[in-house]
Design a protein around this ligand. Structure first.
Ligand code: GNR
Ligand code: NI
Length: 174
């Protein structure tokens, strides 16, 4: 059925690029969203941004439902997402990234954000996010701006992670 995208890993320069706004959510963008969701479910991950599949438009998908616990899928698709409010309160959570396989680190971000975006049907929508969803949507919007979670770490920790990924690649473990 729907074939999948290949997920790009560090240090590919596409992960450092800024994605461009979409004009509207047309059938092609919907197809891209469907295929990104399929790619994310297969990975598996809880979010995926266009840069990670070598596309440079401002599209992201997420699904935080627990399918391993029998929950139904609850996909969220966004085009042109914008953070319109963020809390002063901060939250620290361990993050990972499909483009930085098997590496995890604590990241501090605004605890709560409000995001405005175009949904799958091209309608303006807003999402109020806290907890893991808040970290995830901020992580995905960062991708669209060429920012990775390791960019928030010290250069020592960042380089350690990049070397570990390089080593895994050389051992064909990625
Ligand atoms: O699967 C993912 N898990 C995750 C955990 C904490 C914070 C963010 C994320 S997103 C990540 C998938 C991914 O790389 N999205 O870009
Ligand atoms: Ni990521």
């Amino acid at each position: 059925m729907s074939d999948l995208y290949e997920i790009i890993n560090v240090p590919d320069p596409v992960l450092k690029e800024t994605a461009q706004a979409v004009n509207k959510v047309d059938a092609d963008i919907q197809k891209q969203m469907d295929k990104m969701l399929a790619t994310m479910y297969e990975a598996p991950g809880i979010g995926l941004a266009a840069n990670q599949v070598n596309l440079l438009n401002r599209v992201l998908v997420m699904d935080l439902s627990r399918q391993d616990e029998g929950e139904d899928r609850s996909p969220i698709c966004m085009a042109n997402p914008e953070i319109i409010r963020e809390s002063e309160e901060l939250s620290v959570m361990e993050e990972g990234c499909l483009s930085i396989p098997r590496q995890y680190a604590d990241v501090e971000r605004p605890a709560n954000v409000r995001v405005k975006y175009l949904d799958y049907d091209g309608k303006e929508a807003e999402l109020e996010a806290s907890g893991l969803l808040s970290h995830c949507v901020q992580h995905e919007i960062d991708h669209l701006n060429g920012v990775l979670f390791i960019d928030y770490l010290s250069s020592l920790k960042r380089n350690m992670i990049l070397r570990k990924v390089d080593k895994l690649k050389k051992q064909n473990l990625i």
